[in-house]
Design a protein around this ligand. Structure first.
Ligand SMILES: [Zn+2]
Length: 298
C-alpha cells in the first residue's frame, strides 16, 4: 500500500505493508543489482518477528534486536531470492553506509550491543556483522540461536530481551574457538587491515605448483574518541585461491580459514593448478576499510 511522501517510512502489519513513495516504492530495480523495494519489504515483514513478537527492552542496544535482526532476515531472504550477486551488492552498500556514517558521528560510536539511534550501526554494521557470524558459525547455528530468542522472550507475555540476551544465545551456538568473534562483532568496535603484500607461484613439476603468499593482517580497535588503535590479533581469516579450468572458467583451488596471530605472515600452499587470483576474506565480511589490496592477480 503506497502512502504519499508526507511520511518517510515503511512498515508492515499482518496483511498490509505500507510504503512511502519516498522509501524505494518507485525505485527501478536494475537487473543484476540490488532489488531495493524487495529488500525493504522483506525488512518490514521481518519486523513482525523482530519488533512485534520479540520486542527489545527499552535500554541501549534495543535497535540491535528490532533493526539488526530484521535487516539480517531481509538480507537472507534477498540472498535466497536473487542469489550471491545480490548479497555482494548488499554488503557493499551496507559497508559504505557504516563507514560513511561513523565519519559523520558527532557523539561516540557505540558497539552494536549498545547502538541507539545510529542507523549506520544497527543497519549497516549490523547486517555485515550478522553475515560474518553466519559465515563463521553457519546459518543453521544462527537460526538456532534466533529460534531460542523467539521462544524465550515473547513480547505477548511481557518478556523483553536486551541485546546481551541475544548475544548470550549467539554464544551458545558458537564454538569456544570463535567466542572471540562474537565479542568482536557485537561488543567491540573492530577493524581489520588485511592485505596481500606479495605472492609468487612456481611450477615444481606437472600438476604441482607451490604458491607463497606474504600477508598483512592488522587488527584495530576504536577508542572512546573513535580513533583506531592497534590491538593484538589471534583471528581466523578466510583465504581463497582461484585458477582457470580447461574451458577458461574460474575455479576455486583453495578456500579455507587460516589462523593469524601475527600481523605479517607467509603462507605456502601446494596446488594442482596454476593460481590466477588470491583473495583474503573473499566474502568481504570483516570490517576492512581498504578492500582493494585484499586481492592479488597473477
Ligand atoms: Zn526497521
Amino acid at each position: 500500500m503506497e502512502i504519499p511522501r508526507l511520511h518517510d517510512f515503511a512498515m508492515s502489519v499482518p496483511n498490509t505493508i505500507a510504503f512511502s513513495e519516498a522509501m524505494g516504492f518507485m525505485t527501478k530495480s536494475e537487473q543484476g543489482g540490488l532489488n531495493v523495494p524487495f529488500y525493504i519489504t522483506a525488512h518490514e515483514v521481518a519486523h513482525q518477528w523482530w519488533g512485534d513478537q520479540v520486542r527489545g527492552a527499552i535500554v541501549k542496544g534495543e535497535a540491535m534486536i528490532a533493526e539488526t535482526l530484521s535487516h539480517y532476515a531481509a538480507g537472507i531472504v534477498t540472498l535466497e531470492e536473487f542469489g550471491e550477486e545480490s548479497m555482494r551488492h548488499i554488503i557493499q552498500y551496507e559497508r559504505g553506509r557504516y563507514l560513511k556514517g561513523r565519519k559523520r558521528e558527532v557523539q561516540n560510536e557505540q558497539p552494536l550491543y549498545k547502538a541507539e539511534s545510529q542507523s549506520y550501526i544497527h543497519y549497516g554494521k549490523g547486517l555485515i556483522n550478522m553475515m560474518a557470524l553466519r559465515h563463521y558459525i553457519s546459518e543453521d547455528s544462527v537460526n538456532a540461536a534466533l529460534r531460542r530468542v523467539i521462544r524465550d522472550f515473547p513480547a505477548s507475555q511481557g518478556i523483553y530481551p536486551s541485546s546481551l540476551d541475544v548475544i548470550g544465545e549467539f554464544r551458545k551456538s558458537t564454538p569456544d574457538s570463535l567466542q572471540y568473534l562474537v565479542t568482536d562483532l557485537f561488543e567491540r568496535i573492530i577493524f581489520l587491515e588485511n592485505r596481500i603484500q606479495n605472492a609468487s607461484s612456481k611450477s615444481l613439476s606437472a600438476g604441482n605448483y607451490e604458491l607463497t603468499i606474504d600477508l598483512l593482517t592488522e587488527k584495530y580497535e576504536a577508542d572512546s574518541e573513535g580513533l583506531l588503535q592497534p590491538t593484538s590479533i589471534n583471528d581466523w581469516i578466510e583465504l581463497a585461491v582461484y585458477g582457470v579450468d580447461a574451458n577458461g572458467s574460474e575455479i576455486v583451488l583453495h578456500r579455507q580459514m587460516h589462523k593469524f596471530d601475527t600481523t605479517t605472515s607467509t603462507l605456502t600452499l601446494n596446488l594442482t593448478t596454476a593460481p590466477t587470483r588470491i583473495v583474503i576474506d573473499p566474502a568481504s565480511i570483516l570490517m576492512d576499510r581498504n578492500l582493494d589490496d585484499n586481492e592479488w592477480r597473477f
